[in-house]
Design a protein around this ligand. Structure first.
Ligand SMILES: Nc1ncnc2c1ncn2[C@@H]1O[C@H](COP(=O)(O)OP(=O)(O)O)[C@@H](O)[C@H]1O
Ligand SMILES: [Mg+2]
Length: 406
């Protein structure tokens, strides 16, 4: 007998579901859960973290494909296998483009289903691993991505996510990663990474602003993971103004020599933050799962949109920093009118890792939050062939087509 997978079955049709269940029974596979299309399926996927998600593809096809998208985001480690009565090229191709690693036309036999599950699972594992391997280079990426972690208020986990994402990218791939702490006087990046600060961002920006010739490299502090860090200044004048144009210039320059430039921002929505947002390939708007923070995210999204900022460049991240369980991902998507891109669980080891000065993805790589962050890093590095990334992001995630409005 082959490997016993833990399975989530997504199928709106009861009768069809029964057929698949009978097949799974014969194979002694563990059926962890069942769900209908849509957000329910995504929620189940996030809850049970299955090895394999079997999705029945039937009309309405759009909803089926949307379901493939959302469940992958909810459980990126799980292998996606589509089953359908429809075996036409169009359906098969759409499902594969939407991330399915295998396709079974029904009715089928236990042997065929088992074989497909096994090969799909193996392939998915290989692809995930390859994306995280040092040799991986995403051919689609032609210039560095500037990824800015943003929230209108503090305490939602921007710095935590910025640090861990940077470390996951640098230690998991061969990508060159810069991490810029643009919370210039009160930023916590250096503390969270346990690094000593010699030079700092405000000094560098002052030099750029004054038109002095600067060796940008010499301002970086290198973390063991390989991340090049531009930390905040932790002494002296805290009332100085940072030149937003110098920050924009710097970010543009860094994007030319790093694959990923991760920017952490301060709580105040001032000209420096605006400059960072302007220069960003993608803005990660972070919210915790409490209503006050969600309301802030909604207002921020509206304001950005009002300023002509393309909503498609904004990705909504839910970080359960405050462990508020009352607001679901679905409520947040509905309130903000924005799709949830990635969600991170609550874990009391997160503040502990901060105290230790050791990013969670290094200290506790197996923790759920670490795996969620690593999966996001793999996704950004090109692990996934999710069609929706190219579509909703206008293909902009890895190329800088957007320039600052003068
Ligand atoms: N997923 C999480 N689970 C538990 N605590 C978290 C999580 N994310 C962040 N925290 C904690 O929340 C607090 C605020 O995080 P921080 O990254 O400093 O937020 P911000 O940069 O947005 O102000 C910190 O104490 C951090 O350890
Ligand atoms: Mg912070």
């Amino acid at each position: 007998m082959g490997e016993q997978f833990r399975i989530l079955l997504v199928d709106p049709n009861l009768e069809h579901r029964l057929q698949i269940k009978q097949l799974l029974d014969k194979l002694s596979m563990v059926l962890l859960g069942e769900a209908e299309y849509g957000i329910k399926a995504a929620r189940r996927a996030a809850e049970i973290e299955p090895d394999i998600m079997i999705v029945h593809i039937e009309e309405p096809l759009e909803l089926a494909m949307h379901t493939l998208d959302v469940i992958q985001q909810a459980a990126p480690q799980a292998t996606l296998v589509a089953v359908s009565k429809r075996g036409d090229a169009n359906t098969v191709q759409s499902a594969m483009l939407a991330g399915a690693r295998g396709f079974v036309v029904t009715p089928t036999t236990p042997e065929i289903l088992e074989h497909t599950l096994q090969t799909a699972h193996q392939r998915h594992g290989e692809l995930m691993q390859r994306a995280l391997s040092p040799d991986h280079v995403d051919p689609k990426r032609v210039a560095g991505s500037v990824l800015t972690l943003f929230a209108p208020k503090g305490g939602v986990g921007r710095t935590t996510l910025a640090v861990n994402l940077a470390v996951a990218l640098a230690s998991g791939t061969r990508a060159r990663v810069a991490l810029v702490d643009s919370d210039a006087y009160f930023g916590d990046v250096a503390i969270m990474m346990g690094i000593e600060v010699d030079s700092n961002l405000p000094d560098l920006l002052d030099a750029i602003s004054a038109g002095r010739e600067v060796d940008v490299d010499s301002y970086f502090t290198r973390h063991d993971s390989g991340v090049s860090v531009l930390p905040a200044r932790h002494s002296g004048n805290v009332l100085g103004t940072l030149d937003p144009d110098a920050l924009a210039t710097l970010l543009r320059q860094l994007a030319a020599s790093f694959d990923f430039v991760i920017v952490d921002t301060s709580g105040a929505f001032g000209p420096q933050v605006a400059a960072a947002l302007d220069e960003s390939t993608t803005v990660f708007l972070v919210t915790s799962a409490d209503m006050a923070s969600v309301k802030d995210a909604r207002i921020a999204l509206k304001a950005l949109h009002g300023e002509g900022f393309d909503r498609n460049r904004v990705r909504l991240l839910i970080n359960r920093a405050t462990n508020a369980k009352s607001v679901t991902d679905r409520d947040i998507a509905r309130t903000t009118r924005h799709e949830v891109f990635w969600a991170f669980s609550h874990d009391s080891d997160v503040p502990r890792s901060t105290q230790r000065g050791e990013p969670l993805v290094l200290w506790r790589p197996r923790a759920r939050v670490s795996r969620q962050i690593t999966a996001l890093a793999a996704h950004l590095a090109g692990a996934s062939n999710h069609a929706h990334i190219g579509e909703t992001g206008g293909g902009r995630l890895f190329t800088r087509k957007w320039t600052r409005a003068e």
